[in-house]
Design a binder for this molecule. Structure first.
Ligand SMILES: *[C@@H]1O[C@H](CO)[C@@H](O)[C@H](O)[C@H]1NC(C)=O
Ligand SMILES: *[C@@H]1O[C@H](CO)[C@@H](O)[C@H](O)[C@H]1NC(C)=O
Ligand SMILES: *[C@@H]1O[C@H](CO)[C@@H](O)[C@H](O)[C@H]1NC(C)=O
Length: 497
């Protein structure tokens, strides 16, 4: 079998001689369509019989996607260019494999490229293959480890004299080359589709502009707020990814954008409405003085009109009943309390719960609620149906390769059940000072009996009264029942709020 490695080396020399270029970027371009490596004429996903040599035929991942981002907030890459997400194999049907080779989850992509002399490629990647959540290096590791290792033509056996990581530059080089051949920004611009904070575009016009460049329909991705942010160009390949011929293919996934009203925001801009929301109280009959005195509702006003309200846990809900909030005047403003408890902005997120011990101080800006000098509140998405917002992006940012069909839903706070403690528990609670609660939730314990005994010892030493939750770890087995010391109550399943 001819070796990809030796053929590429040969081609580098040829490209340099013809083009006078030192850049390895020129290398693969010169290889496209070369049949010397792979004589296979079979287009991936189009075979009617079994193809044996998977070094020259991508299978099962025969549909290859070059995916691109429009990261506008936080912005990555140049203002007038889309950036690279990755190169992914799909199984010709919209499903895909991932993390196909544990032993090739490399953590030194930059070093590999440097060691192999791909410094121009690396510097291009630093500009155009950026992450908006972590380092570029970790993003590249992720793309290779998750997707690259599933491309059959990158298998180590497809390389003669294979040395570890030999296939890595080929993956990144091919991805960059394809990306350069798909200049999304320019294709859109040629059709008058340019970033704007005020204009919106139709899906049909975007798809028409991209099809003019690609030859086939392109998958167009939007955020939940109808902001254009991702494109997937589909291909089938004749031969290997490294040296084969890429043939444009129709998408296997439906676009996630609406038909009209698509925003294409300039990089660095934050989305205007409806994510920027201000809250205000509705005038209520019990309200006597200003809008934030006594009891009332917190309505959510977006683009000048009311869209749902804040419910008792502090989340935004567009359907359902608004929660009543009570204000308590403080030195420099007021605190808010719902049926769940005091409200505070914690981790950037409004929360009202029994566990909140120190309520945030709010103030009024006209009829708008204001916190820390601003009366704008933000949410990741406008909630619909039974979905609630906001979500704290600080807690778990959405990984870059989770498609638009995956939403991070945030927290759900159950309504407090109607609960009366069992008589034994009530008796215990009444019998002395408030006890300390000890519990391990659902953590599985290696030796629950020993752990229980250890807790008993600790309780005896401290002299505290304790509620010890059995949890899911098997603590407090029946066999230890007679050894429960005084001042300890073994707690079963009880509400924790
Ligand atoms: C195409 O080739 C692959 C790889 O050998 C094989 O798994 C698949 O069944 C083939 N498809 C058809 C329709 O024969
Ligand atoms: C990168 O890491 C692999 C092991 O994962 C190792 O074999 C290789 O030598 C490293 N390459 C460089 C240039 O550090
Ligand atoms: C209040 O705003 C300042 C800057 O505007 C910020 O540094 C600070 O973290 C904010 N405080 C809270 C509690 O959000």
């Amino acid at each position: 079998m001819p070796s990809i490695r030796s053929v590429s080396t040969f081609a580098v020399a040829a490209a340099q001689a013809v083009l006078g270029l030192q850049s390895p970027v020129a290398r693969d371009t010169s290889l496209v369509g070369q049949s010397a490596t792979c004589n296979n004429k079979q287009l991936s996903c189009h075979n009617k019989t079994v193809v044996e040599n998977l070094c020259c035929f991508n299978s099962p991942g025969g549909s290859i996607l070059q995916t691109q981002f429009w990261d506008f907030n936080p912005a990555t890459g140049p203002d007038d260019s889309w950036t690279i997400h990755g190169l992914w194999p799909d199984n010709c049907d919209g499903t895909y494999e991932q993390y196909c080779d544990e032993s090739r989850q490399y953590t030194n992509i930059s070093d590999i490229l440097k060691a192999d002399g791909y410094t121009d490629l690396l510097s291009y990647m630093n500009t155009y293959w950026a992450s908006n959540t972590g380092t570029a290096e970790s993003f590249w590791e992720h793309e290779w480890g998750k997707h690259g290792t599933c491309m059959s033509t990158f298998d180590t056996k497809c390389y003669s004299d294979y040395q570890p990581t030999d296939e890595v530059p080929d993956y990144f080089q091919k991805t960059v080359d394809l990306f350069k051949s798909l200049p999304s920004y320019d294709l859109l611009k040629a059709a008058g589709i340019v970033p704007s904070t005020t204009k919106t575009y139709s899906l049909a016009s975007i798809q028409k502009a991209l099809k003019a460049g690609h030859g086939k329909k392109v998958y167009v991705g939007c955020t939940d707020n109808n902001e254009l942010d991702e494109l997937w160009y589909f291909f089938n390949v004749r031969g290997s990814i490294q040296t084969g011929q890429f043939v444009a293919a129709p998408p296997l996934t439906d676009s996630s954008c609406p038909k009209t009203g698509i925003k294409y925001l300039p990089k660095g801009s934050t989305s205007p409405s409806p994510t920027a929301t201000t809250t205000t109280t509705a005038p209520t009959s019990t309200s006597t003085g200003g809008p934030f005195e006594g009891k009332g509702y917190l309505n959510v006003i977006t683009s000048g009109s009311k869209k749902g309200c804040i419910i008792s846990g502090g989340t935004w809900y567009t359907t359902g009943t608004c929660a009543g909030f009570t204000t308590t005047t403080t030195d420099d403003g007021f605190t808010l309390t719902s049926s769940k408890g005091l409200c505070a902005v914690q981790d950037g997120k409004l929360t009202c719960a029994a566990g909140v011990t120190e309520g945030s101080t709010f103030s009024a800006d006209g009829s708008d609620l204001s916190f820390n000098g601003t009366s704008s509140f933000h949410a990741d998405a406008v909630p619909t149906g039974s979905v609630q917002a906001p979500v704290s992006p600080a807690l778990i940012p959405k990984p870059p390769d989770w498609g638009p069909h995956i939403s991070i839903s945030g927290f759900y706070i159950l309504d407090s059940p109607n609960y009366t403690p069992a008589p034994e528990l009530q008796t215990f609670l009444n019998a002395g000072p408030p006890p300390v609660y000890i519990g391990f939730g659902s953590i599985v314990l290696d030796d629950p009996d020993a752990m229980t005994e250890l807790m008993f010892e600790a309780v005896k030493k401290t002299g505290r009264r304790v509620l010890l939750s059995k949890g899911w770890g098997g603590m407090g087995a029946e066999g230890l029942r007679n050894r429960v010391p005084d001042g300890v109550f073994m707690l079963g399943n009880v509400p924790h709020d």
